[in-house]
Design a protein around this ligand. Sequence first.
Ligand code: C2E
Ligand code: MG
Ligand code: MG
Ligand code: MG
Length: 280
Amino acid sequence: VAKESGGNVSQFFSADMTERVRSRMTLEAHLREALDDDAFELVYQPYVDAQTGQLVGVEGLLRWHNAELGDVPPGRFIPIAEETRLIIPIGAWVIDRACRQMAQWREDGLGDVQVSINLSAVQLRDSGLVEALRTSIETHRIEPGKLELEITESTLMHSVESYLPKLVAIRALGVKLSIDDFGTGYSSLNYLNRFPIDRLKIDRSFVHDMLDDPTDLAITRAIIGLGHTLGLRVVAEGVETQQEVSILRDAGCDELQGYFFAKPLHAAQLAAWVNAQSLA
Ligand code: C2E
Ligand code: MG
Ligand code: MG
Ligand code: MG
């Protein structure tokens, strides 16, 4: 289109593209330094039992603060980390950080807190993943069954057959698996049944729209039913209102996660949150 519309338009587009390429390169350059600069943090968002509101576990979410760029959201830097394969060392950092934190919380008297971390497709394809997991689990002496890896449905569906042996090897360590952003990736039910998984996380878009859109409510209920038929726990993501809580609870959803209960917390805030929650 730009080519046909004359010089000015074309220049406008190419300037815009140049700018985008430049900012991407800046981001990439900073990202390469981020591990050395100790610029990452893992924050932890609780998910709770839908009936009792008690803590079930926390999801570790990566945060990156750069002196020049400020806070860069994961939605911006994770895709670049994946393209550049920087996600392998960054992901290993996340795994180790989560395990270290689990040991710390146990030392602090919070017991064995279940921690879920997000895994990208690039990590899943990397031959070093299982060893990285084993090393962190052993170093920090954590209960492997308290560590869970979240893999998005769209990741799994891309390469169902080739991932299966890796998933089985992860499970052999005792680590749990869940499918993240479920409902957006068009799973084959046949494959779902063969995955060695424990949890389904309903994509936040369904939770967000289910009050206005009967189709999204129907899908939400169907996912809960499907999960239970397969013997899985079902978590709803992105729960923001009391009304959503009521609907999801009535629909039999097992666990809830979202700003209604807690935003992602710094590690040191978890104990206070748990105490406040048990008084409520
Ligand atoms: P996700 O795994 O589906 O994580 C849930 C996202 O929803 C988080 O965004 C969380 O802060 C946000 N969220 C939680 N509750 C609510 C709510 O009630 N309302 C709304 N509007 N949002 C809510 P965040 O932290 O920006 O992460 C975005 C995505 O980046 C994650 O989606 C995940 O796919 C990816 N990500 C984050 N940390 C990591 C990581 O360590 N490794 C990898 N590979 N990906 C990560
Ligand atoms: Mg997740
Ligand atoms: Mg999700
Ligand atoms: Mg919708």
